[in-house]
Ligand binder design. Structure first.
Ligand code: AMP
Length: 293
């Protein structure tokens, strides 16, 4: 059946969906609507929770595929972390349930879909739009880091856009809850900082690097260390081989911010609270964090 998406605030939906005090959800609690997309391990559908009438996104994952790829632990970690985070720029995970074959995640619905597609369509974003997105992400990461959560996989494919144009970090598959410094190699190569490429210890500062890479990609349409061969991307990251092409034209203030984030020594990267005070951010970002086009 078709479901019309209505505009609703995240918190209202959250309180109403979770107010339906269900220790065990089942598929019968939802009307299933149109498919929203397809991921590696299953499909995502628009759905309506029958009692509260609220619209959510239902992610359906096949247990067999999760097992085959040995990602059950990663999924458990993702669910555990994401379900405890409450921030306007982090996609809510309201709950989950499972049957014999599938695992279902009840997610906040991001009406405007993937940011990645929008970037492909536009090729690159304006400085105002980029700065607004960078502020939203910095705020979300400050919140995560305050809870000792490192995202470790910030990239356009993991960002969704809500009905008002607000960015939502959506995928916590590579995130960790940690009080210690970590040594695991994870994430997607292009966004990895030198310390993760080299598999040495890393901490919350990895997310500052990835945000710098993302800021560059928003402004130029390609990530800064892109190369034909993986091995060359490795080398470019390790050397911090950062070049700013002449086109599109980008202000020197924006380049200054990126240069302060893409610093090899992780302790020397611009802290996120300082990023919020950077002149380029102050001049360009919409403080509401909403990009309305
Ligand atoms: P994923 O398995 O998370 O990669 O999701 C597959 C696709 O479904 C994504 O690329 C989006 O287009 C769509 N999608 C996933 N989650 C949501 C959501 N919460 N709201 C809207 N669309 C979503």
């Amino acid at each position: 059946m078709a479901i019309a998406a209505e505009t609703q605030t995240t918190e209202k939906v959250a309180s109403e969906v979770t107010a339906v005090d269900k220790s065990r959800w089942t598929l019968n609690d939802f009307d299933i609507g149109k498919p929203l997309g397809r991921g590696k391990f299953g499909h995502v559908y628009l759905a309506r929770e029958k009692r509260s009438n609220h619209i959510v996104a239902l992610k359906v994952l096949f247990k067999s595929q999760l097992k085959q790829s040995q990602v059950e632990h990663q999924l458990c970690r993702e669910v555990e972390i994401q379900s405890h985070l409450r921030h306007p720029n982090i996609l809510r995970l309201y709950g989950y349930f499972y049957d014999q074959k599938r695992v279902y995640l009840i997610l906040e619905y991001a009406a405007k879909g993937e940011l990645y597609k929008e970037l492909q369509k536009c090729k690159y974003f304006s400085e105002r739009r980029t700065a607004t997105y960078v502020v939203s992400l910095a705020r979300a990461l400050i919140y995560c880091h305050g809870k000792h959560v490192i995202h470790r996989d910030i990239k356009p494919e993991n960002l969704l856009v809500g009905a008002q144009g607000e960015l939502k970090i959506a995928d916590f598959g590579w995130s960790v809850h940690t009080f210690n410094r970590r040594q695991t190699m994870c994430g997607t190569l292009d966004y990895l900082p030198p310390e993760m490429v080299e598999s040495v210890e890393h901490d919350t500062n990895v997310d500052i690097w990835s945000l710098g890479v993302l800021c560059y990609e928003f402004l130029y349409g390609v990530p800064p260390f892109e190369a034909k061969e993986h091995s060359d991307t490795y080398k470019r990251i390790l050397q911090v081989d950062l070049k700013f092409p002449p086109k599109p034209i980008v202000s020197s203030a924006a380049k200054d911010l990126i240069s302060q984030m893409l610093v090899k020594d992780s302790s020397q990267r611009l802290p996120l609270h300082k990023l919020l005070e950077h002149p380029w951010i102050v001049q360009n970002a919409d403080p509401s964090g909403l990009y309305r086009g």
